[in-house]
Design a protein around this ligand. Structure first.
Ligand SMILES: [Zn+2]
Length: 74
């Protein structure tokens, strides 16, 4: 079941609530207000520049290491 983050529009209290199918209602656990704003869930660890190129891998130089991309069967 999805877990959403809300922020109460009355007291600005942030909280999380499980939302069941067909039930999109949530109430603030602090002031019991029904005026809550659903927050968009943040993506977990966006893939950015995870693989860095090996240093010193030049075609005019020997292979940069045992896992060099220029070695056969690598
Ligand atoms: Zn509240």
């Amino acid at each position: 079941m999805p877990l959403y983050e809300y922020v109460c529009e009355e007291c600005e209290h942030p909280f999380e609530a499980l939302v069941f199918t067909g039930d999109d209602e949530a109430t603030c656990p602090k002031c019991d207000s029904g005026r809550v704003a659903k927050q968009l869930s943040l993506p977990a660890a966006p893939p950015t520049e995870s693989a860095s190129l090996p240093m010193g891998c030049d075609s005019s130089l020997p292979p940069c290491g045992p896992v060099c991309c220029r070695l056969p069967g690598g």
